[in-house]
Design a protein around this ligand. Sequence first.
Ligand SMILES: NC(=O)c1ccc[n+]([C@@H]2O[C@H](COP(=O)([O-])OP(=O)(O)OC[C@H]3O[C@@H](n4cnc5c(N)ncnc54)[C@H](OP(=O)(O)O)[C@@H]3O)[C@@H](O)[C@H]2O)c1
Length: 319
Amino acid sequence: MELCNLGTSDIKISPIIMGTWQAGKDMWVGIDDAQSTKAIKAACDAGITTFDTAEVYGNGHSERIVGNALYDVRDRVVIATKVFSNHLKYNQVIDACHGSLKNLKTDYIDLYQIHWPPGSFGAKKVPLEETMRAMADLKAQGKIRAIGVSNFSRSQLEEAATFGRIDSLQPPYSLFWRKVETDALPYCRENNITVLAYSSMAQGLLTGKFGPDHTFAKGDHRFRNKLFQPENYRRVRKALEKLDPIAAANHITLGQLALAWIISQPGVCAIAGARNPEQAVQNAAAANVRLSDTDLAAVDDIGRIVTDPLDDDPVMWEW
Ligand SMILES: NC(=O)c1ccc[n+]([C@@H]2O[C@H](COP(=O)([O-])OP(=O)(O)OC[C@H]3O[C@@H](n4cnc5c(N)ncnc54)[C@H](OP(=O)(O)O)[C@@H]3O)[C@@H](O)[C@H]2O)c1
């Protein structure tokens, strides 16, 4: 897999990054630790070098699964994790980082990201200057190699960048959720900040696996995803029908089509979540798909069936 630069850092990342929210179990259903471990190892064998996790995913469970699965190949992989919005005071960031290092069984984190802007999820609003001071100190100590932010608007990103070098932004971004394109994406491109698109298959919707009357098992958070609201879901189904023949003509799955489209956007890598090795391997293969300009334009247009009627709220879930 041809690697990409992470911002202006000396870190190289794979265009398809494996997402491991699933491995945390919390908010997902039917996740099995052994399968999560196999999925991470299979992703690695299939050429994925970069793994995304967070302290909040299962309260450290995802980080522990990732740390164990990658222990033997630590020097060959890039680990990205995140500090949650309830830990943004100086000492909290330092403690959270040490907790993540322990969970991940490593002495450095390649990319340390502020998961949500200050004040999110009812947390006390900590000045960005304070959080960024902690991040900069961790970087100076070699405990983290690069700093990223997630779910930040352009103005929040611009503010954070006044306190230190930001090498990545992790927003929700897929064919069915493109709000970043009109907000932070141009700024990222101008400033060499790599965009790590999360929910790049719209949480599984873009794989076409969910039928017209799909309901999620109790405990699966995805029923809160706005794309599953009836009006949006009708448009999703219509768009998927139109994407189907393009995927078939390219001999790829719908999910691979969605991933190939997103990594064809300049400066953008895709984080693809997987619960088992089969999904991880299929997602990794999307890195080798080359779509024609005609197909890319058609796919782009079809995605707008879903995105054009959406309002401006950047958050993908109704929490
Ligand atoms: N920064 C943030 O706030 C934030 C928020 C969300 C996600 N993330 C990160 O981004 C990652 C990806 O986002 P996501 O998990 O929300 O969405 P996603 O990657 O768009 O979708 C993942 C889901 O799609 C399905 N799937 C994946 N590969 C498949 C395949 N090859 N065939 C069939 N189905 C497949 C699986 O659904 P089933 O489980 O139904 O099998 C999987 O759980 C997360 O793991 C996490 O690391 C970050």
